[in-house]
Each structure stands twice: as structure tokens, then as C-alpha cells.
Design a protein around this ligand. Sequence first.
Ligand SMILES: Nc1ncnc2c1ncn2[C@@H]1O[C@H](COP(=O)(O)OP(=O)(O)O[C@H]2O[C@H](CO)[C@@H](O)[C@H](O)[C@H]2O)[C@@H](O)[C@H]1O
Length: 484
Amino acid sequence: MKQLKVLSVASEIYPFVKTGGLADVVGALPGALAAEGIAVTTLVPGYPSVLKAIEGAETVYVYHWFYGGDARLLKAHAAGLDLMVLDAPHLYDRPGNPYVGGDGRDWPDNPIRFAALSRIAADLGLSFVPAYQPDIVHAHDWPTGLTPAFLRYSGRPHPPSVMTIHNMAFQGQYPRELLPALGLPDHAFSVGGVEYFGTIGYLKAGLQLADRITTVSPTYASEICTPEGGMGLDGLLRARGTALTGILNGIDISVWDPATDPHIAAPFDAANGAARAANKRALQERLGLAVDPDAQLFGIVSRLTWQKGLDLVLDRLGTLLADGGQLAVLGSGEPGLAEGFGLASIGNPGRVAIAHGYDEGLAHLIQAGSDVILVPSRFEPCGLTQLCALRYGAIPLVGRVGGLADTIIDANDVARAAGIGTGIQFAPVTGDQYEAALRRAAVLWRDRAYWKKLQKNAMKTDVSWLRAAASYAALYRSLLAERA
Ligand SMILES: Nc1ncnc2c1ncn2[C@@H]1O[C@H](COP(=O)(O)OP(=O)(O)O[C@H]2O[C@H](CO)[C@@H](O)[C@H](O)[C@H]2O)[C@@H](O)[C@H]1O
């Protein structure tokens, strides 16, 4: 089969720059797709952390006066990834994260910064760099949503495009007056183009103009077609009909491998789950929790946001602790939630602990040492933490929404009889239902023989990228077949 070239474009990529699951997916897809005969090159902004990782990269294109300053397109290979990097210091050479400055506010020029990224993706699609001509351009989330628009409004032949939604909650909406500064023609501002409720909608543009739309689970794909889940874009998505599909994420099972994980206290696998005990002890010691193998240890690794439903955990903390449970939280985000967990840890020494900030190593130890991983999300396009939890034998307790519905088999009586449960689901996502799920978790925990069975089932679940890679490959090939 002919090798396909896919240009993937995104605002973050693991291991160079990450604020959430988007980076994981963008960083893992190229490796997964290589096995399918697909060569992925990823275009990302030249943030300081990216430029540091690609010192000595080759300049393949020079832009004089590009959105307010000079810029270069660099080509590099780092951490096993083929990269194109947009080095535009006036747009990306600053501290903070890709979207916000040190004061926690969005960079005011975000519309320009991400239009520039999308513009380069389109330029590459339009063969500006003769040595690199992708067959498909694949854009991820709102920061790259204008890519299909730049392709379309170039008026030139261009490769087909795919737009992937990792999270509908972020859409990128900016005043219409920016249109000329973005480099889009007046006629782009139409319902069939980039116009979105009187503004310019970045994600909207991508969803309107890409040849195909994917999101990261089948259930989320149906949820976003409803007024409740569509966040204003459900009508458009319904109109696009079969152009939208859901492809479940995987995780990088070499990074998330309890048998070889350098971040954990003791390696283990499905056949030797008993070694988890050493990780539980290490986690309890590290976070100052009482060292007690019998306390059911609940873990959270998350961005602290409304989406993740963590206010429910605080509201119903009494139930979690009532049966001797413990809680270990790693997260960063909304100050109100961080403070809430901080106060809970002060009020319950040895029982509740919070580690603030971002800590890759501790995330691994929490997965390896917790008995349960809590993901009570209000909506969840796919979710990666429950996949890590499955792989590490921590039983996911999740809201039955989006990808959480698609990746966990609720350990109800029928599943138990069939020997197939892998976690605990609850719906709808309310405090009462969450609390009922906690009670079920406590009952299941008391039956240690069954708990071990659950862990075995969880660890046997295929959470790799294998199936997703085959689905993306099929999607790309069908797009090209259509064009031909
Ligand atoms: N404080 C911390 N320290 C260390 N690691 C931390 C951390 N906080 C979070 N992480 C890690 O960041 C990743 C988060 O990924 P998720 O998919 O769970 O959520 P996110 O909402 O960011 O992603 C969005 O995009 C992804 C990708 O498509 C979808 O799965 C998801 O549903 C959607 O909301 C996980 O790998 C997790 O371990």
C-alpha cells in the first residue's frame, strides 16, 4: 500500500508542551499510525520548550513580516517525532503556557497566534515547501480550526482536511473586525464559512469546512449533536451528518507500562498484581496519608475544572471517608477547587492529601498505588486517566458520559455473572448518583476476591492505540479514494 503523508497540526504536543490530553494524543498518533503505513509530520508553534528540543533544526521556509514579525518554518526530528515548527518569536517566544500568561489570562493576541499556525498548516497543504507535500491535513481543536478555512479560501487545489474535536468547551470566538488581520477574504464571513453568531468562530470554521470531522469517542460524537452537549454547534454537526465519526483514544502503552515504569515503587503486571501493594504504601508515604493497606485509596489526576465534576468529590467527601477511605489528589486549575481540596486535606490529616501542580511522575504513582481512580466528569470527550487506570489496575469510578461510557464496563450484577466488569459507572452525573457509586465501591472493596478479578479484567483491557490507528488510517484512505 502507498505510504500516506499526513500533516497533523496542533497547539501542544507531548513530550514538549502539554496542558492536557490533547498533547498526549497528538504526541502518540504518529507512532501508532506508522504501523499503518502512514507518515505523520506534526506542525506546532515554536514555544521556547519546543525550540530548545530541536536545536540545529533545518530552516525550510522564511516568511518576511508574517502576522507582525519575521518567521521561519523549521523541520526537525525529536523524541521520535517528525516536526515542522513555526518559529515566530513575536507570537510564541514568551513564558506561561500556550494559551495564557503568568497572570492566568488569555494572551490578547491569541486569535493572531493561532491563525498564524493554521495559515502555515494550509501553506504546507498548498505545497509552499516543495520537499514536503502532505496527502491529508489533520487539524486538532479550535487553535487550528482556521486551517480548513485557509485551504478553502486559497481558491487553489488542496489536499482534504480532517478536523478533530478533543473538547467542544473551547471554541475560539473573536470579533469579526479581525477578519482582514487574519488574512481571510470578506466572503469568508458567512454562515457557510467562519461566521459564528456574528463573530469569527475558529472551531466552527473547522467543523464547517473540513472534509471530515472526528471526535474522540462514539458516545461524545452523538452527545455533541444534541442541544445539551453541542455547546452551540450541534445544529452544524447534525447538518454535517455522516462526515462526523467518533474514534476512541488510546494511551501510549510503552509510557504507561506498570511492568517497566520508572516512576513507580515496584513494577507489576496482570499476573503479579500483588506487587501493587508496595506502590500503595509508597503513595501513602509520599503524600503523608496513613499507611494502611486496608483503607480504600481513591486517586484523582486531573485538570481542576467544572468539566471534571470534582466539586462532587468535595461535596460528598464525608461518604468517601465514612468507610475508612482515603483520597489522593494531583491537579491544577481553578483556584476554588484547589483551595477546596487544600482545606479538605487540612481538615482530614492522614486521610486526604492534595499535590498542587503538574507532576508526571506522581501521576504514574497515583495510578499504580490507588485502588480507585475517580473521574466523575460532567462531560468527557474521551478521557485518558481512566485508560491509564485500567492499565494499572486502579478501578475507574466514572460518570457515564462520552468516552467514559465507551471505555468502562460497569461491574453490575450481570457483568459480575459474566465475569467482565472493569469499573463503576454512575448516571446522571449528580451528587446523589456519585454518592451511590461510592457506596457500591465500598461494597465491592469488601469482597477482595472479586476486587482482584475486577483488577485483572481492567488490566487485560486493550487501551493501546491499535484500533484507533486502524480507524484513522481507514478514514484517511477513504477520503483519498473519494478524491480520486
Ligand atoms: N496535574 C497533573 N499532573 C500530571 N498529569 C496530569 C495532571 N493533570 C492531568 N494530567 C494528565 O493529563 C492528561 C489529561 O487527559 P484527559 O483526556 O483526561 O483530559 P483533558 O480534559 O485534558 O483532555 C481533552 O482531550 C483529551 C484527548 O482527546 C480527551 O481524552 C479528553 O476527554 C478531553 O477533555 C492525562 O494524561 C493525565 O494523566
